[in-house]
Design a protein around this ligand. Structure first.
Ligand SMILES: Cc1cc2nc3c(=O)[nH]c(=O)nc-3n(C[C@H](O)[C@H](O)[C@H](O)COP(=O)(O)O)c2cc1C
Length: 222
């Protein structure tokens, strides 16, 4: 093996007390994240978005293939095109594609086919999943665990954006094929989600929901 293939791990240990405090502080911050569907048009500095994307890019991935690509949009015309195409899909979804059970699950969220946030939010991050990676010789390699990897990167991204003080939505119009065309991405990539990013509008509301308690989501075997 090449002699510089490994290097000492950089790892910052904390005392138990510090860890308890840090874990609690992170939870207290993350529990205030909510999906926002009403955005202000107020600008957000590009540098903030860039650093949150760097965090996303640091995520683990199957065989380190990093099977993601982020298209980051502030261009008004592009946002308008995305809104129009998404609303068309959403109208079809709400009118006949979604079954009764799906519509019932969505009812408490009060969502409908109108997606003004796709134009109002200063930034849209469209996440693409790369089914294949091309090496330096242009050879095509199939990526593994792509959905898991991109999901983790999106989790990192949502966490970083919230930590930075920004509001987000995880938006998945179905189907999302139109995004390849509008954003000129290759067929080897699949649109995974749209993340509008910005500030909530002054009078933004969120549905009252609950999160399951620790005892319901985790089983400890000690
Ligand atoms: C994979 C995924 C897809 C989602 N798609 C949509 C969507 O298309 N539109 C929407 O308004 N919310 C969408 N959401 C947001 C969920 O409705 C929201 O996360 C959930 O109701 C919990 O609310 P919270 O994010 O405020 O905790 C999606 C969330 C996830 C994780």
């Amino acid at each position: 093996m090449h002699e510089d293939a490994f290097k000492p791990l950089r790892f910052d240990p904390y005392s138990d007390e510090e860890m308890r405090q840090r874990a609690m502080e992170y939870f207290e911050k993350m529990r205030t994240r909510r999906s926002v569907r009403e955005f202000s048009t107020r600008d957000v500095p590009r540098e903030v978005i860039e650093n949150c994307l760097r965090t996303a890019g640091s995520a683990p991935s199957g065989a380190n293939m990093q099977p993601w690509h982020f298209v980051v949009i502030s261009n008004r015309e592009l946002k308008r095109k995305i809104r129009e195409a998404a609303e068309e899909e959403e109208r079809a979804f709400y009118d006949h594609r979604a079954g009764d059970e799906w519509l019932e699950a969505l009812a408490p969220l009060g969502t409908d086919a109108q997606k003004p946030f796709l134009e109002d939010a200063p930034w849209l991050i469209v996440v693409f999943l790369k089914k294949f990676t091309f090496d330096e010789q242009g050879k095509k390699h199939k990526n593994y665990y792509t959905a898991e990897s991109v999901g983790i990167a999106c989790g990192f991204l949502l966490g970083a954006l919230h930590w930075a003080g920004l509001a987000t939505l995880t938006h998945t119009p179905s189907p999302m094929k139109f995004l390849n065309e509008v954003l000129e991405r290759p067929k080897t990539e699949r649109a995974y989600m749209i993340i509008p990013v910005g500030y909530p509008s002054r009078d933004a509301q969120v549905p009252v929901i609950t999160k399951e308690r620790l005892g319901d989501i985790a089983t400890f075997k000690t």
